[in-house]
Each structure stands twice: as structure tokens, then as C-alpha cells.
Write a protein that binds this ligand. Structure first.
Ligand code: GLA
Length: 674
């Protein structure tokens, strides 16, 4: 029996008495009963029933593109697209073949940082990144696939892949004939640039870490459409899922190479990162739409990409929708505008608005319908566990030592009344305690493997006393041992997230009750600051639902992750044994071909994470997807977040609106001009 399996057996035999396993005198419970609010119902399909790649008897395009071709402004369709493009099956569309035209209105709270996603820049989230980036494989629509067909991601830029017998070599085949939106061919030159000069270059903060596909993994280009990964040990289908959004998305090498320090002696890594500024449009994309206008704090407008390489079964080039807007306001406003009918889409993830939004969506003439999924959104406090990264003075150093103490982390758990935190965010049945690890809506979540440290302020105080943290100066805040300074924890949170603000208020007052002072610090772009790894603590929504999705946000797969436990600039980092145990289990998930073994490995992660209070979990809530009723093919049941966010899961390239319900475009008849 492998040691992992043995460990799991121990875990399972131990059943509810995890406290005994923990080896510390703490009170641990099993999770309280959970009441689901999900009302999602849908038919699942085979993985091959969604789309395939083949030649079409005839091809056609949005009528205004015919005019541009006739005017000599665009090459004919056949010269712009693959001979065997991606073809979406009509049977897998809830409303079938669509009509061209119209506008889709997103509202987002983020702001584009810039367009060099290869260097780790984001474009403002809320579906804008995903509208212009396309990735080797795709996870989002997997929610539509039957359990027995869940054998890794769906094809996308890579139409197929195969393993050698030893499963140490993985060969990918790109769709032949895809072009960037400026007409340049997409091929393995782009793959080599992505992998060699971004992922593997430690000076580039690429979303995928150098070891993101496993330590020692190499990539070789075979020909313009074929490339191969070589692994140092056998791998499984989940490994391929690491190449979906946001890790496996190539960028335009024909534009970026010249701006990279390796190829341009005048460039620096800083200038490279900023090589595609947010206000210099258009840029070249592989996505369905191309950003053409960005007005700061107002809007990003995208127009259809005439080189898009996806079609419907009647041979109509996608997307159906001509123009896409991203109004730049707030995340709360996204829900408000969807409910009011001035926005077309919202991942309703702000529980404070749920009751009102639900009430309004009941009326028959409401522009949207709200459907709840399982609890997949979870909030947590991340305490920086590095002894040295970003440590500038003795205060930082003391805090980090404290954070590395398990009893301290458990004491913080006991100090938090998660029911009260939930009610402070939204009254009603929405919230459920979050212990850390996988969200309860994850297929990989296992309540029996979860260690829960319930609210018990007296216990928290007792544990803090035992750590020698006493209020020696009588000011109400505990002091570090031997008459040291007050225990004050600076905690970052994101400015434009109402739920985060409410939770930091609740956490601050609950920790004050046990003599720990939190100093909340608001930041504009928490994700980017967090990636720097230099903060002491932060509070944010950060969920883990499928193990292969952005694992670097969760466990130490590489020296630069997770954010809250990075190696310092000299490479120093003292991992805890349980962190190594989680990475080992994650590697099992990536190497096994047996779904039961993968599920068992996830239980090991869940147990190690929660037993060791790796992060301080707060609450988890369900989310509901709101889509305007005039939008067709928005499958009822699309989860807000499962394999990926709903913006990917809903497959926007096949959404459409009947001509008589289309909203007027701001830039009709135009495409990006280079
Ligand atoms: C933000 C939003 C999510 C989702 C993602 C997509 O995080 O809060 O609801 O739209 O962006 O990247």
C-alpha cells in the first residue's frame, strides 16, 4: 500500500475524532449540517457531444464582414480561418443555431492592468480576460459533461493530444490555420515563446509558475502545429487541465518578442510587462472579440474578431454577437444593472444583494432569472507563513513566527463566530462556515475529512494565554511575550468588494474580543499586491473547487506560490510537513488515471489543510448566475463557478439574440484596425 493510501485509511478510520490525530489539545469538531440552496437542473452530455473539428460544406460570416471583404478591407473568409475549424454541435445548444448581430453588456468592478497576459497582467476580470485570451484546452464547459466522461479538459487551441505508453510524454496537436486577429498565423512559435520566454523565465511573473507542470518538465516543438511535453515521471489527465485558462494561454509572439529583454537589448523586464498598455488599442487576440476602445473608468468596447476560428454546424462563423461592452463600475453594480436590465450578465456573488435581487427576479417581466448553484464562493484570511519574504523589521518577523505557530492559527479559528460573520454579510440562509480547503460545492469536498475548529472565544483566549501572549500593559491588546509590543496584525483587503469589507469589520471586532488587534488596510488591486508575497496578512474571497484550477493560489507547487508562503529572493523557505503532504497528494491527482484515487488524494489535502488551519476560513455562500432573458443559448444551470467562472462556462461565442431584441451597437460595421 502506498504511504498516501495508508494515510488516507488512517484518516478514514479516525472518523470524527480528528482532534486526537492533531496531536494538540484542541477542540475540533465535524462540520455542522449544511442546507443547500441550489436549484440547478440540467442534462449532462458526453464530452464529444459539445464540439469537434472538421471541414464544413460551406462557410459564411456576419453580413457586415461580407461588405468589408467586397471593399478589399479583409481577405475572404476561407483565407482567414482553419480548413477544419472548431464546430459547435447544435444539439448541445439550449436554443440552437443563432442570429448574427447585437451587443452584449458586461459590467465589471476591475480595471484592465494591461494586455500583456503572458507577463501575468490581468485585463480587469469579470470575463474580459477570457473574451480575448484563448487557451490550449478548456475547463469551463466541463460542467455540461457526464461524470463518466470527466477525463480531463476539453480541446480548444489544441484539438487533440496523446500520451506515450509510459505516460511521460504528452504530444499536442494545434488546430492548423488559426490566425491572430491581425492576420498573423498562430503556431508553435507562439507556444515556444509562451513556454521558453515567459513560463520558464523566472523574471517574468507568468500566471503559470516554472514548475507549474511539474518539476523538470520540458517542452519541445516538433513542427509548426505539434509540440511535446516531457515529464520526469508518469502523469495523468488532470495534468492537461493545468493548460486551460489562465495558465495555458499563449500570447502574440509576433508582437511581444521584440519587446522581451531576451530579444531586445533595450528592453527591461519592467518594460516588457508593460509592453501592451491598457490604453493602446487594438491588440492582437485569438478570442472572439478584440478590444478597440478603452475609456478609463468608463468602458472597454470589443468588436468581433474576423479571424475567429469557431463555427456553428451551419457553417456560420462565430461569435454571433458583434460587440461586447465592459462597463467599468463596481462588482455590486454588476448585479444591480443585471436586475435593472441595463447589464446582461452577473455572477451574483454579493450576498448582501441576494434577497432584493431574488425578490425582483420573481416578477414575470423581470429581465433576468436567478438560479442558485452550490456553495462555491469562500472567503478566507491568509496569514503569511514565510519567515523572511517581505520581512522588513522585527514586528514583521515576530508576526510571521506567530503565524507559523499552529496553536495560534487554531486560536484564531476559535475566536471567529462564522455564523455571525455570515449574518453580517447577508441575513438569511446563504452562508455556511468555511473551514478552508475545498469549498463545499466542490465535487472534491469531503465533510468527513474536514477538521472544524468552532467558535469558542474562551478556548481561543486560553490558547493565546498558553502561548505567552498576555496583555501586559493593560491596554486591551495582548503583547508579545516578555513585555513585547502589542499583537497588531496588518490585514489587506480589496477596496471595491463590499462583502470583504463587511467581513474584515467582523473579523476585526471578533479578534479584538480576544485581545488581538487587526489593522485593516485597503488596497485597489489586491490580487496583484498579493502576488508580490510581501504582506503580513490579507482577507479575500478565494475558492478552490477543482484541484487543477489555479493550484498555485492554494499550495506550494513552486517557490513563488502560494502568495502567502513564497520563498524569499535567496530561495529560502521552510515548508511545513503538511504542506509537502498536500503537494504530494496533489501530484497523485495529476498522475492517477483512477478518479477514486484522485478523490481520495483530495481528501488528504482537505484534512491536512483544515487540521493545520493553513488559512483561516471564514464563510462560504452559493452564487446565482443572472443573464438577461433576451440572450439565447445561455444554458439554464450554468454554474457561476465550478470548473471555471461562468463567463467561460456559458460559452459566450455561441450566445445570440433574436434580431428584433438586439440592442444597437456603438460601432456598427467596424472591426479592429491595425
Ligand atoms: C471576478 C468576479 C467573478 C468573475 C471573475 C472572472 O473575480 O468577481 O465573478 O467574473 O472575475 O474572472
Amino acid at each position: 500500500m502506498s504511504s498516501l493510501k495508508r494515510r488516507l485509511t488512517t484518516v478514514l478510520l479516525a472518523g470524527a475524532s480528528f482532534a486526537a490525530l492533531a496531536g494538540v489539545a484542541v477542540q475540533a469538531d465535524s462540520m455542522p449540517p449544511e442546507e443547500s440552496l441550489s436549484n440547478l437542473e440540467y442534462d449532462l452530455l458526453g464530452r464529444d457531444a459539445l464540439w469537434s473539428y472538421h471541414a464544413l460544406d460551406s462557410m459564411s460570416q456576419a453580413p457586415f464582414l461580407d461588405e468589408l471583404v467586397a471593399a478589399g478591407k479583409l481577405p475572404p473568409l476561407e483565407e482567414r480561418v482553419p480548413a477544419e475549424p472548431l464546430v459547435f454541435y447544435t444539439d448541445a445548444m439550449s436554443d440552437g443555431i443563432g442570429e448574427y448581430g447585437g451587443l452584449f453588456r458586461h459590467v465589471i468592478g476591475g480595471r484592465p492592468e494591461g494586455f500583456n497576459w503572458l507577463a501575468g497582467q490581468h485585463q480587469g476580470w469579470g470575463g474580459i480576460n477570457m473574451a480575448l485570451q484563448e487557451c490550449l484546452v478548456r475547463n469551463g464547459p466541463l460542467w455540461q459533461v457526464k461524470a463518466e466522461d470527466q477525463s480531463g479538459p476539453l480541446p480548444n487551441l489544441a484539438k487533440s493530444w496523446e500520451w506515450n505508453d509510459e505516460r511521460t510524454e504528452l504530444t499536442f496537436h494545434l488546430v492548423e490555420g488559426i490566425r491572430w486577429s491581425d492576420g498573423d498565423p498562430f503556431d508553435t512559435e507562439d507556444i515556444a515563446f509562451w513556454w521558453d520566454d515567459n513560463v520558464q523565465d523566472v523574471n517574468v511573473a507568468s500566471r503559470m509558475a516554472p514548475d507549474g507542470l511539474g518539476t523538470g518538465t520540458t517542452m519541445t516543438v516538433i513542427d509548426p502545429y505539434t509540440f511535446r511535453f516531457n515529464f520526469t515521471s508518469p502523469q495523468g489527465p488532470s495534468r492537461v487541465g493545468n493548460l486551460a485558462y489562465i495558465n495555458g494561454c499563449p500570447g502574440p509572439s509576433h508582437i511581444l518578442k521584440d519587446k522581451h529583454p531576451k530579444y531586445n537589448s533595450e528592453a527591461t523586464y519592467e518594460s516588457y510587462r508593460k509592453a501592451l498598455p491598457a490604453d493602446q488599442l487594438p491588440i492582437a487576440t485569438l478570442g472572439g472579440w478584440v478590444p478597440v476602445i478603452h475609456k478609463t473608468d468608463e468602458i472597454v468596447i470589443m468588436r468581433r474578431n474576423p479571424y475567429y476560428w469557431k463555427f456553428d454546424e451551419e457553417g456560420q462563423q462565430l461569435p454571433y454577437i458583434n460587440e461586447m461592452h465592459f462597463k467599468l463600475t463596481t462588482w455590486d453594480d454588476r448585479t444591480t444593472q443585471a436586475v435593472a436590465g441595463t447589464g446582461d450578465f452577473s455572477n451574483m456573488e454579493n450576498p448582501g444583494n441576494y434577497v432584493e435581487a431574488l425578490k425582483q427576479s420573481q416578477s414575470p417581466d423581470a429581465p433576468i432569472k436567478a438560479q442558485f448553484g452550490p456553495r462555491v464562493l469562500s472567503w478566507r484570511v491568509e496569514l503569511n507563513l514565510s519567515e523572511t519574504k517581505g520581512v522588513e523589521d522585527e514586528i514583521d518577523a515576530n508576526l510571521r513566527q506567530l503565524f507559523r505557530n499552529l496553536d495560534f492559527r487554531i486560536a484564531l479559528n476559535h475566536a471567529l463566530d462564522r455564523d455571525a460573520i455570515g449574518q453580517s454579510v447577508a441575513r438569511g440562509p446563504f452562508s455556511y462556515p468555511f473551514p478552508g480547503g475545498f469549498s463545499s460545492g466542490s465535487p472534491y469536498y469531503d465533510a468527513a475529512s474536514t477538521v472544524y475548529y468552532p467558535y469558542d472565544a474562551a478556548k481561543a483566549a486560553e490558547m493565546l494565554d498558553a502561548l505567552g501572549l498576555e496583555d501586559t500593559d493593560g491596554n486591551g491588546t495582548r503583547n508579545f511575550a516578555d513585555g513585547g509590543p502589542d499583537v497588531e496584525i496588518d490585514m489587506l483587503y480589496q477596496a471595491n468588494r463590499t462583502e470583504d469589507r463587511k467581513q474584515i469589520d467582523a473579523v476585526t471586532s471578533m479578534l479584538a474580543e480576544v485581545g488581538i488587534r487587526v489593522l485593516p488596510k485597503v488596497v485597489d488591486d489586491l490580487g496583484t499586491v498579493a502576488r508580490g508575497g510581501t504582506y503580513n496578512s490579507l482577507l479575500r474571497r478565494q475558492q478552490w473547487v477543482t484541484p487543477q484550477r489555479e493550484p498555485c493560489l492554494q499550495i506550494p507547487l513552486d517557490t513563488q506560490c502560494p502568495d502567502f508562503h513564497q520563498a524569499d529572493d535567496e530561495g529560502n523557505r521552510e515548508l511545513f510537513p503538511f504542506e509537502t503532504e498536500m503537494v504530494d497528494a496533489w501530484n497523485v491527482i495529476n498522475t492517477t488515471w483512477d478518479p477514486v484515487e484522485a478523490a481520495d488524494a483530495a481528501k488528504i489535502i482537505q484534512h491536512a489543510w483544515t487540521e493545520n488551519a493553513y488559512t483561516i476560513g471564514l464563510i462560504q455562500v452559493p452564487a446565482a448566475l443572472l443573464i438577461n432573458k433576451r440572450i439565447k443559448n445561455a444554458h439554464p444551470g450554468t454554474p457561476v463557478f465550478m470548473f471555471e467562472w461562468a463567463e467561460d462556462a456559458v460559452v459566450r461565442e455561441r450566445l445570440w439574440t433574436p434580431a428584433d431584441e438586439q440592442i444597437e451597437e456603438l460601432l456598427p460595421g467596424t472591426i479592429a484596425e491595425y
